[in-house]
Design a protein around this ligand. Structure first.
Ligand SMILES: [Zn+2]
Length: 235
C-alpha cells in the first residue's frame, strides 16, 4: 500500500536519523552548558544587547516551557523561557543573545528575515492544507476521480513546496542570528573569547536541528514529486 511504501521510508530515514541526532545534541549541549556559569542571566544579556543597539523599546518577557524562546517581530517582544530568563549560564546567555540577534535583524531590516516574515502565512497554510491535499490526491488517483486527484496532488506539492522554501529562507536567518549573538556577547564583555566555544556548542546544535528539519522536508517533497511523476506516467 502507498502509505507504508518502503521507498518513502528510504527517502526520509536519513533525515529522521539526523533529526534525532540533532535533538539529542541540542539537549545534551543545553544541559552541559547550563552548568557553566556566566556573569549575567539570560535576561541581563539580552537587555544589554538590545540597549547597546538602541532597542530599549523591545520588551523581554518570561514565558513557560522549555526552549520556548523566540522573538516576536509583530509585537517587538523577546520571549524567554524561565530557565533562560533567570539562568546565569552559558546556555542561557547564548540562547537569549540569539533571540536578541533576531531583534537586531528586525531593526536593521535584514533582508532574509523580511522575506521569511512575509512567507510565514504561506508556510503555515502550505504545511496544513498541502499535506491534506497530498493525502486526498493520493487516494483519488486510485479511483475514477484520478484526473481530479492528479490536480489535487499537484496543488498539494506546490503548497508543500512553499513550506520547504520557507525553511530554506529560514536557515540564513538562524545562522546570522547566532553570529550576531556571539559578536555582541564578546563585544559587551558578557562572554570572553576563550568561553565563546561554550556558547557555540548550544547554538550550533540548535542550528543543526533546523538543517535536519529542512532536509526532512526536502526529501519528503522529492518523494511526492517522484510519486506524482510515476502516477502520471502510468496512464
Ligand atoms: Zn532563531
Amino acid at each position: 500500500m502507498f502509505f507504508i511504501n518502503p521507498m518513502f521510508l528510504l527517502f526520509i530515514a536519513p533525515a529522521v536519523l539526523l533529526s534525532l541526532v540533532a535533538q539529542w545534541m541540542v539537549r545534551s549541549a543545553y544541559e552541559r552548558m547550563s552548568r557553566v556559569r556566566a556573569p549575567a542571566s539570560g535576561y541581563e544579556a539580552a537587555r544589554r544587547i538590545l540597549d547597546a543597539n538602541g532597542l530599549r523599546d523591545v520588551d523581554i518577557e518570561q514565558v513557560p516551557g522549555k526552549m520556548s524562546d523566540h522573538y516576536d517581530p509583530g509585537a517587538k517582544v523577546l520571549r524567554l523561557s524561565s530557565e533562560v530568563y533567570r539562568g546565569y549560564s552559558m546556555a542561557a546567555v547564548g540562547i537569549a543573545a540569539h533571540e536578541a540577534g533576531h531583534a537586531l535583524q528586525d531593526a536593521k531590516r535584514y533582508a532574509p528575515l523580511v522575506v521569511r516574515n512575509l512567507a510565514v502565512p504561506a508556510a503555515s497554510f502550505g504545511s496544513g492544507i498541502g499535506t491534506l491535499m497530498l493525502f486526498v490526491g493520493m487516494l483519488m488517483v486510485f479511483t475514477v476521480l484520478a484526473p481530479l486527484g492528479k490536480i489535487v496532488f499537484l496543488a498539494g506539492i506546490v503548497a508543500f513546496g512553499a513550506t520547504v522554501a520557507f525553511q530554506l529562507i529560514n536557515l540564513p536567518v538562524e545562522f546570522d542570528a547566532s553570529s550576531r549573538a556571539k559578536i555582541q556577547l564578546v563585544n559587551l564583555g558578557i562572554v570572553s573569547g576563550p568561553e565563546l566555544p561554550y556558547v557555540s556548542k548550544v547554538l550550533n546544535a540548535a542550528a543543526l536541528t533546523y538543517v535536519a528539519a529542512t532536509l526532512h522536508s526536502i526529501m519528503t517533497l522529492a518523494y511526492y514529486v517522484l510519486y506524482f511523476m510515476q502516477a502520471t506516467s502510468r496512464n
